[in-house]
Write a protein that binds this ligand. Structure first.
Ligand code: NAD
Length: 291
């Protein structure tokens, strides 16, 4: 069984990005610039944004973090996005989700200029993905594709089951795996909360991508011998014995499932790190497109 190690794969990608940035700055140009907006102080969001900012610095990107109060109005948030849209020194914009309930997420997603949409959530980016056109791929599915590429996992002709159909993970993942691209060409079944025979579908799959947000949902009986399992789930589960009072759990019962697989991503240390690698690659792409 091969562990698809996000630490190793993302480090290799970041090393290449760092060299590209050195070439850019060596030629006298400014480095790529990612601007992140964080609303409120959701613990998980704080951690993600801090990690994104830190990793930008590691590879020589500039980053700006705009922190807004939980009670900020939608109007003010949209004004910040507009300012970033029109700021030529900013290449990529991300608004960390989820947002407080009084803000309409879709409005915010659509306010980001498609040329700076490094999270790939804008309908223009999503539409291009569906049509197989060059675009910003949402960072998590992109990170998974980069993981498959790093470990040269053969996907062509395989049956893949994607559990979850969100716009940020499941659906774009199902599109990528079914696309006529190097690490695609799968026959994809997309499962969701209304799927009746999920266990059976899953147990026949050569590739399982679990992205539903239910800790340890995928059990050993749902996985075929030799399958490839990609665990996207990140859930904080209370655990008084843990230093922080919680543990991070994936959507796969790793201990029971891993021995049956030919390759599997751990949680933590798998897809999460690749997501940031995907975001950084998108930011460099946005920079190159505007230069
Ligand atoms: P979401 O809540 O938007 O979507 C969950 C999807 O799972 C829905 O489409 C729903 O239909 C489906 N679902 C829910 N219960 C189900 C069930 N019992 N059976 C089958 N399908 C079911 O979640 P999301 O934003 O797509 O995130 C999914 C998970 O991935 C979460 O744990 C999230 O924290 C994690 N995530 C991880 C990363 C990363 O970088 N590793 C990035 C984004 C999200």
């Amino acid at each position: 069984m091969l562990i698809l190690d996000g630490k190793i794969a993302s480090a290799a990608i970041k090393e290449r990005l760092k060299k590209e940035v050195e070439i850019i700055t060596g030629s006298g140009k400014r480095p790529p610039h990612l601007a992140a907006i964080l609303v409120g102080n959701n613990g998980a969001s704080e951690t993600y944004v801090a990690s994104k900012v830190k990793q930008c610095a590691e590879i020589g990107f500039v980053s700006t973090l705009i922190r807004l109060e939980e009670t900020v109005s939608e109007e003010i948030l949209l004004k910040h996005i507009h300012d970033l849209n029109t700021n030529d020194s900013v290449d990529g914009i991300l608004v960390q989700l989820p947002l407080p309930k009084h803000i309409t997420e879709q409005k915010v997603i659509e306010a980001i200029h498609p040329a700076k949409d490094v999270d790939g959530f804008h309908p223009v980016s999503a539409g291009k993905l569906v049509q197989g056109l060059p675009t910003f791929i949402p960072a998590t599915p992109y990170g998974i594709m980069l993981m498959l590429e790093h470990y040269n996992v053969e996907t062509k002709g395989k049956n893949a089951v994607v559990i979850g159909r969100s716009n940020i993970v499941g659906r774009p993942m199902s599109i990528l795996l079914s696309s006529n691209i190097k690490y695609g060409n799968c026959t994809v079944t997309i499962c969701h909360s209304h799927t009746y025979n999920l266990d059976e579908l899953c147990s026949k799959a050569d590739i399982v991508v679990a992205a539903l947000g239910r800790p340890e949902f995928v059990k050993a009986h749902m996985v075929k011998e030799g399958a490839i399992v990609i665990d996207v789930g990140i859930t904080r589960v209370e655990d008084a014995s843990a230093k922080k009072g919680f543990r991070i759990k994936g959507d796969v019962d790793y201990a029971a499932v891993a021995p049956k697989t030919s390759a599997i991503t751990p949680v933590p240390g798998g897809v999460g790190l690749m997501t940031i690698a995907g975001l950084l690659k998108n930011t460099l792409q946005a920079y190159r497109q505007s230069h």
